[in-house]
Design a binder for this molecule. Structure first.
Ligand code: FEO
Ligand code: CA
Ligand code: CA
Length: 733
């Protein structure tokens, strides 16, 4: 793991927990009994032998009727071509548990490190130095730190081509920084106990500048190697670009121009500087990149200013973790001496304390300009990132669209990754037109600036509801005493507080979402939650049913699970659904918790990254700390069935719930294990299925270091078959 001094917390281990509501209690009184009829319907055997593009599969709607869900995954910008059959069974040899310093991939495959932290995207700047002495400014043209969500955009003739594999733009997030391994000085702070609470530790200007530039997004042109195996970066490509935490971004949608977004930088409330803590990522149906702002809380500080704010807005800040005298996490970007700033407000803009006469005089609202799904057109270097406020403000993990259909709204699913936070979806007002593929940010304006944000309620009976977060509906008005909602801008900026009001279900940290191209069912990883069944406001529930003690620690859901649902009638705009738990993660020898019957070949813990490839194979990545004595984080391949294909079960906490069909060596297998200390995250496949890219964050030891060097580096891993065939080719034999 990353070296820490006692001042430093690791961002990936810090999980915010700001939900004070007891929404789940409201849920539990609705019903504790599972709907028997829906359980009896299970076991329809749709798990295998289903072909993408073949006859429609049958899904089950929440009202109890069966209805066809057509395979529509190929209708939009999804890169899909050639043989779209899904394997019936996984035939590669499972990768064994490993805690080695190196990575391991299934036999017959090759895994190579590419684009590590610091890699220059242009000529004329030095290569990364192991002593970390390259300048802070140079990172505007280098790969950033902690590579995360990404997407491969096929390119032909200078434009996006969903089917092009020879050449493409690999676009990826740089989520956060490992401060101690980034600066030549290590994690260096000056202590001053006489300063105001949020300034008692001060950082160096150059370190903060370097960190700001190591966040954001990288756009890198890749071309296939001359031997046809894998890719290499096109250095100096006109597309190569870094977007960082200091790049100007546009705020769009219902909140743009609101008083809540007005700052000294833009008193009109339409622009902000920087995109931050970009975690999961995805494609839009029209071919742009959707990145997410997750743990933006950590780079802000808040002093003492409650008396300057309305009680509602004070609560709104606290609901996102920003209480008074909050110094932020270890980053302390607001703390370097102002005399070292190169541009106005370079550091002070990270301090959200209301100190001026009005919002136009300070950065009290800087915090409100982060936490959005942000759209980037990688093919238009001159374009600004667009923060899409209509999709709500929270710790966004990723954003996955449902298969689009001509004339129907476009639907996006999203999770808020903090303990006890919620799952959301956005339904566009505009209806889909295939003519918008390739439409860039203009298409984004059409689909992402106007629509309805919903939050999920998972009832105990295996059914669920979507509640609209619309001002004036569902109690979202000034009558709400904790945070009176005066307009839709307040509903969206304080989406968590709005979701509290409508009784949303507190989940075990919703991470990535992915929609099956075969069944249209939606899958979400719930990575873990140490407070489940521990804190009174987070009792076990059917959708979050485990809380257990492994070796004397407090109870809680240590290993996580994956939930899924089928929208009523197969309609993604529907307001009800039927759900079950696809898979419980657990060490295979933890028998009381191993409810999905995992074995040595497929057991895992803390699912996080999640990706259905266009053939319907589900790839599961882990970000774990609970099972890492046995195995480092990993990537598994899986062939899921559908909601209701399993049984009713009772957890060790005495909670009844529905679990999907058991795991076996045919339907889920470990494909890759990362180096010790890392998280495996971010995943994309080339349109010809021959190359799989994944990312490795915060590796330990010297993984990713230059030859002879000692500083480990986050990097992308490029996986190909040794024989050049498609990924999982052996499973089709
Ligand atoms: Fe950035 Fe929730 O992981
Ligand atoms: Ca994650
Ligand atoms: Ca995680």
């Amino acid at each position: 793991m990353t070296l820490l001094n006692n001042k430093q917390q690791l961002a990936h281990e810090v999980v915010e927990n700001s939900n004070p509501t007891n929404n789940i209690d409201f849920q539990t009184i609705i019903s504790r009994r599972l709907n028997r009829r829906s359980i009896l319907k299970g076991g329809t055997g749709l798990t295998a032998a289903a072909f993408f593009g073949a006859l429609p599969l049958v899904g089950y709607s929440a009202d109890g009727d069966s209805s066809p869900i057509k395979n529509k995954g190929n209708a939009a910008a999804i890169p899909a071509q050639g043989n779209l059959k899904r394997p019936e069974t996984l035939k590669f040899t499972a990768v064994a548990h490993s805690t080695a310093e190196t990575m391991s991939v299934a036999a017959g495959y090759k895994a190579e490190i590419i684009l590590p932290l610091g890699t220059p995207l242009i000529s004329g700047i030095d290569d990364w130095k192991d002593n970390r002495e390259q300048s802070a400014e140079s990172f505007e043209w280098r790969m950033g730190d902690n590579h995360d969500g990404m997407w491969f955009f096929g390119k032909k003739g200078g434009a996006y081509d969903a089917k092009a594999s020879e050449n493409g733009l690999l676009v990826m997030n740089h989520e956060y920084v490992n401060s101690a391994e980034l600066s030549p000085f290590g994690y260096d702070v000056k202590e001053d106990n006489n300063a105001a609470p949020i300034f008692q530790s001060r950082r160096r200007a150059s370190d903060v500048r370097r960190e700001v530039n190591c966040h954001g997004v990288a756009v890198v042109e890749m071309k296939r190697r001359t031997d046809g195996m894998g890719y290499e970066m096109v250095r100096d490509s006109k597309y190569n670009r870094r977007i960082t935490s200091s790049t100007t971004a546009q705020l769009t949608g219902p909140v743009a121009g609101s008083d809540l977004l007005k700052t000294k930088f833009d008193p009109t409330g339409f622009q902000t500087r920087g995109i931050n803590n970009n975690c999961g990522a995805g494609l839009s149906p029209w071919g742009t990149y959707l990145t997410t702002e997750e743990n933006f809380l950590g780079v802000f500080a808040r002093g003492q200013d409650a008396s300057q704010l309305s009680a509602g807005h004070n609560y709104g800040r606290e609901r996102y973790g920003a209480t008074e005298n909050f110094p932020g996490w270890e980053y302390l970007w607001h703390t370097p001496d102002a005399k070292d700033a190169k541009i106005a407000d370079e550091f002070s803009r990270w301090d959200m304390t209301a100190v001026g006469a009005s919002a136009a005089d300070d950065y009290r609202n800087g915090f409100n300009t982060f936490g959005y799904i942000t759209e980037i057109d990688p093919f238009d270097k001159s374009s600004m990132p667009q923060k899409r406020t209509a999709l709500g403000r929270f710790a966004h993990e990723n954003c996955a669209y449902a298969p689009v259909e001509q004339g129907k709204p476009v639907v996006f699913y999203m999770g808020d990754d903090a303990r006890g936070e919620y799952i959301y979806k956005f339904v566009s007002k505009a209806t889909w037109s295939n003519a918008d593929i390739g439409g860039g940010l203009k298409a984004g304006d059409k689909y992402l600036n106007d629509g309805t944000l919903y939050v999920a309620i998972f009832n105990e009976n295996g059914r669920g509801k979507w509640k609209a977060l619309v001002h004036g509906q569902n109690g979202l008005d000034v009558s709400n005493t904790v945070l009176p909602f005066h307009g839709q801008d307040e509903v969206l900026v304080f989406a968590r507080a709005a979701a509290d009001v409508v009784g949303a279900t507190k989940m075990d940290r919703p991470e990535w979402v992915s929609v099956s191209p075969m069944t249209g069912e939606v899958y979400v990883t719930l990575t873990n939650n140490k407070y489940r069944g521990v804190r009174d406001d987070q009792p076990v529930s059917a959708a979050n049913p485990r809380s257990y003690d492994t070796g004397g620690k407090a109870l809680g859901n240590d290993n996580g699970h994956i939930i899924r649902w089928a929208e009523a009638g197969g309609d993604h705009a529907a307001t009800s659904f039927e759900w079950d738990i696809y898979l419980f993660a657990a060490p295979s020898d933890l028998s009381a918790e191993n409810l999905s019957q995992l074995n040595d070949n497929n057991d895992f813990s803390s699912p996080d990254g999640l990706y259905f490839d266009p053939r319907g194979v589900l790839w599961i990545q882990t970000d774990d700390g609970a099972y890492t004595d046995t195995s480092s984080c990993m990537l598994l391949a899986a062939l899921p069935g559908n909601v209701s294909d399993g049984t009713l079960t009772t957890t060790s906490a005495g909670q009844k719930t529905r679990v999907g069909m058991p795991a076996n060596n045919d339907n889920i297998k470990r494909f890759f294990v990362g180096p010790a200390g890392c998280e495996v995250t971010g995943i994309t496949m080339t349109p010809d299925f021959k190359t799989l890219f994944i990312n490795i964050q915060h590796p330990g030891n010297t993984w990713g270091a230059v030859a002879g060097g000692s500083t480990p580096r986050s990097a992308t891993v490029m996986i190909t078959r040794e024989d050049g065939d498609v990924i999982l080719a052996e499973s089709f034999v």
